[in-house]
Design a protein around this ligand. Structure first.
Ligand SMILES: Nc1ncnc2c1ncn2[C@@H]1O[C@H](COP(=O)(O)OP(=O)(O)OP(=O)(O)O)[C@@H](O)[C@H]1O
Length: 269
C-alpha cells in the first residue's frame, strides 16, 4: 500500500489562551486525517474551529502538543519541504514585480537567474498573466495578485499543496475562475491538496473528499464525505448536478449544528 502524502495522526494542539494567559486552550483534539498522493481534500468547519491550526501542523509551521505528522511515510520534523503553502491573505513582496514574486522561491533555493526567469514566465502564462510580468502588486487587481500567489506556490513543484481559504477575499466571479484554474492545473499534475474553506459549495465542487470539523474547543473530525461527482468539473455548472445537491444536504446536516455552535461562541467572546 502506498503511504499517504500527508498523515496527521491523533493531533492535539493546546495553546496558552489568548484571553487569559493563565489558562490553556485546546483548539484541536485527537484529529486524524490522511491525504493520498494526488487526492484533493477540503476541510470545512465553523469559524475559529482549528482549520488553519491543522494546516499549519501539516506545513510543519506548528508542532502539535501530541500526535504524529508523516510526509510520504516519513516523520516530519521542521518545515514540510515537500509542501507549497498558499495563505489566506496577501503574501506578495510589494517591491518585486509579478515575475520576481513568482520566482522568489526558486531564487532562494539557488536556481540560476535565467532558468528561474524561464520557469517564471511559463507559470505566469499558465495562470493567465503573460502580460503582467512587470506589474507590481499595487498595480494588480485582487484576482491577479492571487494568480501570482498561485504561480509562486506551484513553481516549486510541491508534492503537497496546502491552501488556506485562498480565494475568500475575491468576488464570486473571479473566485470561480480561479477555482476552475486550480482544478485544471490539478487535473494535469495530480498533487495532493489540503484545501481549507468556509464555503461548503466550494469544497464540494473542488474535492475528492470533504472533511467536516466540529466547533471548538477540542475540535475533532465529525464526518468525511467522498465526492463522487464526475471530473473534469466546472465549479459553477457542477452545482446544478443532482448529486451535488444531495451531497450538499448530507454534509450540511452534519455541519449546520457546528456552525451554529461556532457562531454562538463568537458572539460570547
Ligand atoms: N498561537 C495561538 N495561541 C493561542 N490560541 C490560538 C493560537 N492559534 C490558534 N489559536 C486559537 O485556536 C482556535 C483555532 O484557530 P484557527 O485559526 O486554527 O481556526 P480556523 O478554523 O482556521 O478559523 P477561521 O475559520 O476564522 O479562519 C481559535 O480559537 C484560535 O483563537
Amino acid at each position: 500500500m502506498t503511504d499517504p502524502a500527508l498523515s496527521l495522526d491523533n493531533i492535539t494542539c493546546t495553546f496558552v489562551s489568548r484571553d487569559d494567559r493563565d489558562k490553556k486552550y485546546t483548539a484541536v483534539r485527537d484529529a486524524t486525517l490522511h491525504i493520498a498522493p494526488g487526492e484533493f481534500v477540503s476541510v470545512v468547519g465553523p469559524t475559529g474551529c482549528g482549520k488553519s491550526t491543522l494546516l499549519n501542523v501539516g506545513a510543519g509551521l506548528l508542532t502539535p502538543s501530541s500526535g504524529q505528522v508523516r510526509v510520504f511515510g516519513q516523520p516530519l520534523s521542521g518545515i514540510n519541504k515537500r509542501a507549497g503553502y498558499m495563505f489566506q491573505g496577501e503574501a506578495l513582496l510589494p517591491w518585486r514585480n509579478a515575475l520576481d514574486n513568482v520566482t522568489a522561491g526558486l531564487e532562494f533555493a539557488g536556481t540560476g537567474k535565467e532558468e528561474a526567469r524561464r520557469q517564471g514566465l511559463d507559470w505566469l502564462r499558465r495562470v493567465g498573466l503573460s502580460q503582467a510580468e512587470y506589474k507590481y502588486p499595487h498595480q494588480m487587481s485582487g484576482g491577479m495578485r492571487k494568480r501570482v500567489m498561485l504561480a509562486q506556490t506551484l513553481i516549486r513543484d510541491p508534492d503537497i499543496i496546502l491552501m488556506d481559504e485562498p480565494f475568500s477575499a475575491l468576488d464570486i466571479q473571479t473566485r470561480q475562475l480561479m477555482e476552475n484554474e486550480v482544478l485544471d492545473i490539478w487535473m494535469k499534475q495530480r498533487k495532493a491538496v489540503l484545501f481549507i474553506t468556509h464555503d461548503l459549495d466550494e469544497a464540494i465542487a473542488m474535492s475528492d473528499r470533504v472533511v467536516v470539523l466540529s466547533a471548538g474547543p477540542g475540535t475533532h473530525i465529525m464526518g468525511e464525505f467522498h465526492i463522487d461527482l464526475p471530473r473534469p468539473r466546472d465549479v459553477a455548472e457542477v452545482r446544478a448536478h443532482p448529486r451535488f445537491v444531495e451531497l450538499h444536504q448530507a454534509i450540511w446536516s452534519v455541519l449546520r449544528d457546528e456552525v451554529l455552535k461556532g457562531y454562538d461562541q463568537q458572539k460570547r467572546k
